[in-house]
Design a protein around this ligand. Structure first.
Ligand code: ASP
Length: 338
């Protein structure tokens, strides 16, 4: 009997210990876009509002992880908060296309089995990240685009809105400025090329997390770039460019000038350096963002996480809305020097 009690005691202690050890792994990192974000451009009230929204997103994602939820649900929870916030260029608050509408892109990827889903150019789906999840879970495809993607999300019971739901005054002002500049320059309006070469305000959102089971997931959601040509698709819904997750290397969500991130397959390239060259995630991300991309004028950044739950945030722009929450520390930041 005494032996039995001892065995039971040991099993309880060991399993408890293991649960604690596994739990220490949980971690989430987010971004709300990179760009020319400098102190003189934001009022104290705007700064506060952005930081609060970042913190709310982190808390929502972390709560899922803490309660034993998986990393895909954690990143969806975080991204949904940012899609619903007018502070970011995703969901409500998305930028305007050249014709003055909104077309949204999103993607999600699971590191345990490399399953992924994405939607591109949706106009009526309230939370594009939920549509990306549905593509991953309930379709044989990886990416759906345009009206077909909206129809699919509606059929899956996701909330639909009028396109002007995504309107905000600040984004409309940005559209007006670019419109005036473009017309003044007599640019080739149909191509949007002139604007894509100009300076942008970004604001895409993304999240990467690792759960108690040690599984990584990454996701990204965006309105794209101000004044983008109709039908233009950026890196955010492209698996390997704006989003990637593989338990054998890392999870990544990117933000920046999408055309560069697609051509340099940024998210996958970083994970490949980790996997095949045994580099740390920090080193791999520094090489790709601060050296390769920067040298060709590709501005932006990434957030990433390794399977041990170490968050990484790298950007070659003056600022990036960002934050992370681990079992040890939580932080949100905007500018490059914080
Ligand atoms: N990467 C996004 C795009 O090119 C924009 C952004 O991150 O702000 O569509």
């Amino acid at each position: 009997m005494k032996k039995l009690i001892l065995v039971v005691f040991l099993v309880v202690i060991l399993s408890g210990g293991m649960a604690v050890a596994a739990k220490q792994n949980i971690s989430i990192v987010i971004h709300g876009g990179a760009g020319t974000i400098q102190r003189d451009q934001l009022s104290a009230a705007q700064e506060e509002s952005i930081k609060q929204a970042l913190q709310a997103a982190l808390d929502a994602g972390y709560a899922v992880l803490e309660s034993g939820g998986d990393s895909t649900q954690a990143i969806i929870a975080a991204i949904k908060v940012m899609e619903d916030s007018p502070n970011f260029n995703a969901g409500k608050g998305a930028v305007y296309t050249k014709p003055g509408k909104h077309e949204l892109d999103a993607s999600i990827m699971r590191g345990s089995d490399l399953e992924a889903g994405a939607v591109a150019g949706v106009s009526f789906t309230k939370n594009p990240i939920l549509a990306a999840e549905q593509v991953m879970l309930n379709s044989p495809h990886v990416m759906l685009a345009g009206s077909g993607a909206d129809t699919f999300s509606e059929l899956k019971g996701l909330a639909q809105v009028d396109n002007d739901y995504f309107d905000t005054e600040a984004r409309f002002k940005a559209w007006q400025e670019v419109d005036a500049k473009t017309k003044a320059k007599k640019a080739e309006i149909a191509s949007g090329q002139d604007v894509l070469d100009a300076e942008f305000k970004f604001g895409t959102v993304g999240a990467v997390a690792v759960d108690q089971a040690g599984n990584l997931a990454a996701g990204t959601s965006t309105g794209g770039m101000t004044y983008k040509a109709w039908g233009r698709i950026g890196d955010s819904p492209v698996i390997g460019a704006g989003t990637y997750a593989d338990n054998r290397s890392c999870g990544i969500s990117a933000t920046g000038h999408g055309e560069f991130f697609i051509r340099y397959a940024v998210a996958h390239d970083i994970c490949a350096r980790v996997r095949y060259q045994n580099k740390s995630l920090q080193q791999a991300a520094d090489e790709v963002i601060m050296e390769e991309l920067k040298s060709v004028g590709g501005s932006g950044g990434i957030i990433g996480m390794d399977p041990a739950g170490k968050p990484v945030m790298v950007f070659n722009t003056p600022g990036m809305y960002r934050g992370y929450k681990t079992t040890e520390k939580s932080k949100v930041a905007i500018y490059g020097d914080e």
